[in-house]
Design a protein around this ligand. Structure first.
Ligand SMILES: Nc1nc2c(c(=O)[nH]1)N[C@H]1C(S)=C(S)[C@@H](COP(=O)(O)O)O[C@H]1N2
Ligand SMILES: [Mo]
Length: 395
């Protein structure tokens, strides 16, 4: 390595390390709970570091192209270079896709986040392998002459291959652990698989019966995968105790049991689901109560300007302006592709605001309140826009 590529190597390594650290921290549940308020900053930081990462990759590719001869014949170095390039390009491409997908109207989320994670698994474990083996060979080079005399050659080689093998096993074990952590949920787009994938601890009797259009789903079955996101442990509901209330500035406040809730008229719609972290799920057939209709029934008073939503987790809230809440596609869903929504995904009843980022879609929705002053919800008070229109969908 000459001076220039040596420096480049250092920059690249440091940036890759920062990228891995911010990525891992972003994935951790801690940053949806205690440190949730740091999440938006951390996410921007991860994106900016990612841009620098891509920059070093480009400069690196040019440097390598200029120094092709030094790679010729060195199979090991060629392997490292090609592997590194594949992983870097995969990381950059999926990263860009996650960031820009919604602007470009492309189907990010169908595997994009999954690919990004796989690239991270390979990147991090091969990075660790690379560090371990080159640390050894550096040491080995500087002491090569002495050891060659004292230890003899064969011992030298077997020691080197022992180190390589240990590093490889370490990287494999580390990569396996990382994979398990990053993919806590397996991925599948098949709804029949879904109940195995998303856990359901709710005990709701009776189950809502799907109406025409709901089963088989008119949307043809949703495309993509939901990430189970929650800032609390997942609450389990029981129809014996479950209650839904609508209160505040309304003429007819309402407090109903599960049975009464299921008697409210429902509609079926096909909509998309966009999380602000970059993943989307498309063509979900939802059945539920149109919020505008429910508000109509309740008789909204003139003083009411905002609608506040509460979750059965006792922590999460969100809010919409009355106008936003009355959009025709805002609903309280109880069925998804004709099946009861599992507790993982916010069942028995969750709010849906398809044209806004999904943090508006309060899971385990159990209360609505009409208020006169704005309410700043859980994520909104931690840096997310209160007007959460998905980029490009509405303004
Ligand atoms: N009660 C509650 N609702 C919530 C959240 C949450 O943490 N708690 N997360 C929000 C966010 S950020 C997203 S992207 C979606 C995720 O929905 P899912 O877990 O069904 O995929 O739920 C939203 N509603
Ligand atoms: Mo989200």
């Amino acid at each position: 390595m000459n001076g220039l590529t040596g420096k480049l190597h250092t920059y690249h390594a440091v940036i890759a390390l920062l990228l891995a650290l911010t990525g891992l921290v972003l994935h951790s549940q801690l940053f949806r709970e205690e440190f949730a308020f740091l999440r938006t900053y951390l996410n921007s930081l991860h994106v900016v570091i990612g841009l620098f990462f891509m920059l070093t990759v480009v400069v690196y590719v040019r440097a390598i192209a200029n120094a092709r001869e030094s790679l010729a014949g060195n199979i090991r170095l060629q392997g490292i270079t090609v592997g590194w390039l594949v992983i870097s390009v995969a990381l950059s491409f999926t990263g860009l896709l996650l960031f820009f997908a919604i602007d470009l109207y492309i189907l990010a989320g169908v595997g994009t986040l999954t690919l990004h994670r796989w690239a991270a698994v390979f990147g991090i474990s091969s990075g660790l392998y690379h560090i371990a083996t080159s640390l050894y060979s550096q040491q080995h080079c500087s002491t090569a002459d002495k050891t060659a005399v004292t230890n003899g050659h064969s011992l030298q080689t077997s020691r080197r291959s022992f180190i390589r093998w240990s590093a490889a096993v370490g990287a494999l074990v580390g990569g396996g652990g990382l994979t398990k952590w990053l993919f806590g949920l397996s991925t599948s787009t098949d709804w029949s698989e879904t109940n195995k994938k998303y856990k359901d601890c709710n005990k709701m009797v009776p189950q809502p019966s799907p109406s025409l259009g709901s089963l088989p789903p008119v949307g043809g079955g949703y495309k993509g995968n939901f990430e189970v996101f929650t800032v609390t442990p997942i609450p389990c509901a029981d129809s014996e105790t479950w209650k839904f209330t609508l209160s505040g500035l309304v003429d007819n406040p309402m407090s109903t049991t599960w049975k009464g809730f299921l008697d409210l008229p429902r509609v079926v719609q096909v909509s998309n689901f966009h999380c602000i972290t970059g993943w989307s799920v498309y063509n979900v057939t939802y059945e539920g109560i149109a919020l505008a209709q429910l508000l109509n029934l309740a008789g909204v008073q003139a003083a009411a300007k905002y609608v506040k939503f509460y979750s059965g987790d006792g922590v999460y809230t969100s809010a919409l302006s009355l106008d936003q809440a009355q959009s025709s596609d805002v609903m309280i869903a109880v069925l998804m592709d004709g099946q009861p929504i599992p507790s993982d995904l916010g069942g028995p009843a969750r709010l849906l605001v398809p044209q806004m980022y999904a943090y508006k879609g309060v899971k385990w929705l159990n209360a609505i309140e009409l208020i006169s002053e704005p309410h700043i919800g859980f994520w909104e008070s931690r840096g997310y826009e209160n007007d959460a229109w998905v980029r490009g969908l509405k303004k």
